[in-house]
Design a protein around this ligand. Structure first.
Ligand SMILES: Cc1cc2nc3c(=O)[nH]c(=O)nc-3n(C[C@H](O)[C@H](O)[C@H](O)COP(=O)(O)OP(=O)(O)OC[C@H]3O[C@@H](n4cnc5c(N)ncnc54)[C@H](O)[C@@H]3O)c2cc1C
Length: 376
């Protein structure tokens, strides 16, 4: 989520790789920008076909055919890393000029990001659910004023640099400033989901998959003890079922199961929910609420390496397809969840707003995969 993939070497191609990726993710926002700032109010689709630090080239399609227009950023970006922000500024300008009500996907993200902050807090409890899953509870400090966004609320857990015990950042942390920090001062960390927030005691539980020492977050969780300081950057959410949803399909490996459990708890009793849950072995299942309407299929990797099987995709395909009014949510290894997303979007044909399937981590053999997926 901070690792947009751009492998091209030409600067303009790099910019296009970053901005062009928004074609899939924020298609509705690009259409707003194209219609209003490209002066083609009847356009029905907009695609970024070129980009540089000063603006984007957009192909607009309206009843008269295709039209290529140039749309300059309000302020030119000074580096490739700022181009997405500059493109986001176009969305804000387009909305202001349009005089139209509504909220596109990029506008929802902008609103959410506005509420993001860095909360300093500490570990108060560490409980092993099983040898590869640890429940770590945070309490105190800025967490006293925390408010979750939704059942899949996730935060970036910022940790002391390897070999250090104290944080090197404070509430003023920003992703831009990390690049200016000396390497050995930079925080490490990863995104984690809220498993449970108890407003009465202001305690936040997170379930950490322990996958060894190779990852700094897993290594930290393996050694975590009460009193350890952490910073939590967030909150964020990707769960937004349309109000017309009649049934839910939830797809997860170990990393997506904490949010899966929280989503089930958030739904009215009796709601039809099908869960496909991949785990290392049957004794590493995570507790999911047992309720009328909730049907869980456990998928046992049986010794296979995490992130290397097609268990989730195979199981989802073998089952009855989701209804046209279903909402499909999931979190698992990037390539595994991409396979499910392609099936649900391209073959079942569910529209984008009914599907939120996110790569929660990448197997080391998949690190060159593009972060953005055209079906996202
Ligand atoms: C929105 C969101 C919510 C998430 N919620 C949770 C959560 O609640 N609980 C949770 O445990 N994880 C969760 N994750 C996944 C977690 O962020 C990743 O597993 C992350 O890579 C862990 O960071 P790390 O520093 O341990 O390893 P990294 O430094 O990222 O990776 C080091 C190596 O470990 C491998 N690796 C990473 N994760 C795993 C894994 N789970 N199993 C096996 N190998 C792995 C990588 O392929 C790499 O080779 C979530 C991710 C996202 C995006």
């Amino acid at each position: 989520m901070h690792d947009e993939t751009a492998t091209a070497t030409d600067p303009d191609e790099q910019v296009l790789a970053v901005v062009g990726a928004l074609n899939g993710v924020y298609a509705d926002s690009l259409l707003l920008v194209g219609r209003i700032l490209g002066d083609r109010r009847d356009a029905t689709s907009a695609t970024v076909v070129g980009a540089d630090l000063a603006g984007i080239d957009v192909r607009l399609t309206d009843p008269d055919g295709d039209h290529d227009v140039r749309i300059d950023f309000p302020e030119p970006a000074t580096a490739e890393s700022q181009v997405v922000d500059a493109a986001m500024a176009l969305v804000v300008t387009a909305r202001e000029r349009s005089g139209e009500p509504g909220t596109t996907s990029a506008e929802r993200v902008i609103a959410e990001m506005g509420g993001i902050r860095t909360m300093l807090t500490r570990v108060v409890r560490v409980v092993d659910e099983h040898p590869h899953l640890r429940r770590i509870t945070f309490r105190g400090g800025d967490l006293d004023t925390f408010a979750p966004l939704g059942p899949d609320t996730f935060l970036y857990v910022l940790l002391p640099p390897p070999g250090r015990t104290e944080l090197t950042i404070d509430q003023g942390f920003s992703w831009e400033s990390v690049g200016d920090m000396p390497q050995d001062e930079r925080p490490v960390g990863a995104y984690y989901s809220m498993r449970e927030w108890r407003p009465d005691t202001k305690e936040l539980d997170v379930l950490f998959v322990l996958h060894g020492d190779e990852g700094p977050a897993s290594a930290w969780a393996q050694r975590a003890a009460p009193g350890d300081p952490v910073a939590l950057w967030g909150p964020r959410t990707a769960y937004a079922p349309p109000p017309t949803t009649t049934e839910y399909l939830l797809v997860a490996d170990e990393t997506g199961l904490p949010a899966t459990a929280a989503i089930i708890e958030s739904l009215p009793l009796g709601t039809p929910v099908r869960v496909f849950a991949e785990v290392a072995s049957m004794d590493q299942r995570q507790a999911l609420p047992e309720r009328d309407g909730v049907e869980v299929t456990w998928l046992d990797r049986a010794g296979a390496e995490p992130g290397t099987t097609s268990l989730l995709d195979d199981a989802v395909r073998a089952a009855a397809p989701p209804a046209p009014t279903a909402y499909v949510w999931g979190g698992a290894e990037s390539r595994c969840i991409t396979a499910v997303r392609r099936y649900v979007r391209r073959e079942v044909g569910l529209p984008r707003e009914q599907v939120s399937l996110t790569g929660y981590w990448r197997h080391r053999d998949h690190e060159d995969d593009a972060y953005f997926d055209e079906d996202a």
